[in-house]
Write a protein that binds this ligand. Sequence first.
Ligand code: SF4
Length: 354
Amino acid sequence: MRDAGTILGELRQRGVSRRDFVKFCGVMAGALALPGRAAGEIAEALAGVKKPSLVWLQFQSCGGDTASLLRASRPTVTEILLDVLSVDYHQTLMAAAGTNATALLHGDAIAVVEGAIPAKDGGVYCMIGGRTALQIVKDVCGNAAATIAVGNCAAFGGLPAAAPNPTGAISVSEAVPDVRNLINLPQCPVNVENFTATIVHYLTFQKWPELDAQRRPLFAYGKLAHDSCQRRAHFDAGQYAEQWGDEGHRAGYCLYKLGCKAPVAFSNCPSVRWNGGTSWPVEAGHPCIGCSEAKFWDRNTPFYEHLDGVDGYGVHASIDTAGVAAVGALAAGLAVHGIAAAVRRHKADGEDEP
Ligand code: SF4
């Protein structure tokens, strides 16, 4: 078979149509912030390449990044695991156990790390097969062609490293300072579309995407989430939700005063969204907690207190009073709208005006 062993060949074998494949490439072009025509280039490149081998390590984490991978819907987890990538080792998903599983660890693959690495007391707080996470990550990532740190814990230490950090949790870059081709994909958990797009970028262009100073791909972390937010016009207009469930909150006003940290968080959440492009926290009514940033547990808590010093409507120093008038006006507007609607209903029912 002409394309045996290639990604397209595998897709064909598994009954994935060319149309679905091209659609997937279109989604990837979007995630990579490339023009639509790049989908063709991606399709052409992916059709001919071999599946890359992946070794997925999991240490101090809640498993959220694996859950993100399992819940992928564009492409489905089957497509990721079986058709696009060759996941040779994944502690949570693979069937092998014990020494059979450990034998699958090898150094020439792309290493993916989920979770922080405890370094205190000789690393005894996370041991797998008699070895510390610290030994394993040094071994595997020290020899890997590239390492992708998925989720905030692997990229920056995340919750395990938050004060008082009882296990001495550290990130991949701290555990293996000389690691080759490290790519950080923070967020809590990783957005699987950014993960897949990173791999697709490598397969298409034979190089890893451009990174920022914190080794995050610019296509996903190049802009503040605040700058693409669907509620941004309300921020600029000084229209804020003041309380959970108030008129402003229900009308889709800005969540800055409820604690939104997106003005200091770099991510493509507003455009790529989550759960197959369905929504993201702010769109669903919850403030961003800034999980794409280092030390966000220490810096951004309490999560429901607003940031200081972000320029917005009027003078930021008066943010607690700015917007109250706007919400008041909205409430008055809704009340007028309610009265007018009631008048129309009464008229329709043939009643006198109240
Ligand atoms: Fe959107 Fe949050 Fe920025 Fe308001 S502060 S515009 S809710 S990102």
